[in-house]
Design a protein around this ligand. Structure first.
Ligand code: ZN
Length: 282
């Protein structure tokens, strides 16, 4: 399978954490996908507002705030967008748009609806991006799970654009059962870094290394339609526990499994040999 155009990947840093080293992430992506031009951006919303002319910016932000508020999950079990958002929620989102990242966290957004919201906001802005768009955010994303009809936090949402949450890295994969037991008893849960009791914390210095695997998942989502791998040692492993995340992303030599390395190699080789002008050339 040859890779059709786009030849660009746009990565936005809306998390603005010192733990997110964008230079290193861009270098990782360039190494993984040499034919692509990796374009680094700062905040997604500042970028979008930049596409709107002077006096229209405030009205644009009002519209964006309403749309973001509609993506919020009101109750752990209630779907987003069920009712019109309360004016106070819209006002909060509007104030946040006047701030630079990192913006406060606390709300839970429906990940798939937020993905649609970002696509609409980009469209309203009039700014055009060729290729794939990935937004790294500190906001918390969730998806409504059928088995218990509740929202569960997620690290990433794969779509157009792809969203990756630094707060999700901390909150979505579960910590060891002993941690919750100790917390329930009001005890401080000790842990051994690199061991089974280890977990990522907010602004953890290992955040950048972990994000690489989720960027790789976004690429495979676009390339073959499947971001995940069954191999627990592969960067594409869909970790449900912190120990699994650490095993896949923070081991001694994290990377893709043999099958995915070969798959990516084949895709890039066929793209290089393809006569189609839309194909990516190294
Ligand atoms: Zn794999």
């Amino acid at each position: 399978m040859a890779v059709q155009s786009p030849a660009e990947v746009h990565i936005f840093d809306s998390a603005a954490s010192e733990a997110v080293r964008m230079d290193e992430l861009v270098g990782y992506c360039e190494g993984l996908l040499p034919p692509f031009r990796i374009v680094r951006h700062q905040d997604f919303f500042i970028f979008c507002a930049g596409g709107v002319e002077g006096a229209g910016v405030s009205a644009f932000k009002d519209r964006v705030a309403g749309r973001l508020a509609a993506s919020r999950v009101g109750r752990p079990s209630g779907p987003a967008g069920e009712v019109n958002p309360l004016p106070g929620v819209v006002d909060y989102e509007r104030r946040m748009l006047d701030r630079e990242p990192p913006r406060p966290i606390g709300a839970l957004y429906d990940g798939y609806d937020l993905c649609r919201a970002y696509a609409e906001i980009l469209d309203w802005s009039g700014r055009r991006l060729e290729g794939w768009t990935i937004v790294i955010t500190n906001q918390l994303l969730g998806t409504l799970e059928q088995h218990d009809a509740r929202y569960h936090a997620k690290v990433s949402i794969y779509g157009h654009p792809c969203l990756i949450s630094t707060t999700g890295l901390v909150e979505a994969p579960a910590r060891p059962r002993d941690y919750y037991l100790a917390r329930g008893l009001g005890l401080h849960a000790g842990r051994a870094r690199g061991g089974a009791d280890d977990f990522l914390e907010r602004d953890d210095p290992r955040t950048t290394e972990a994000l690489k695997g989720y960027l790789a998942q976004a690429f495979f989502y676009h390339l073959v339609g499947e971001p995940f791998c069954e191999d627990a040692s592969c960067r594409l492993y869909n970790a449900h526990w912190q120990a699994e995340l650490i095993g896949a992303q923070l081991g001694a030599n994290p990377g893709l499994c043999g099958r995915h390395r070969r798959m990516l190699g084949e895709i890039l080789k066929e793209s290089a040999a393809c006569g189609n002008a839309k194909c990516i050339k190294p």
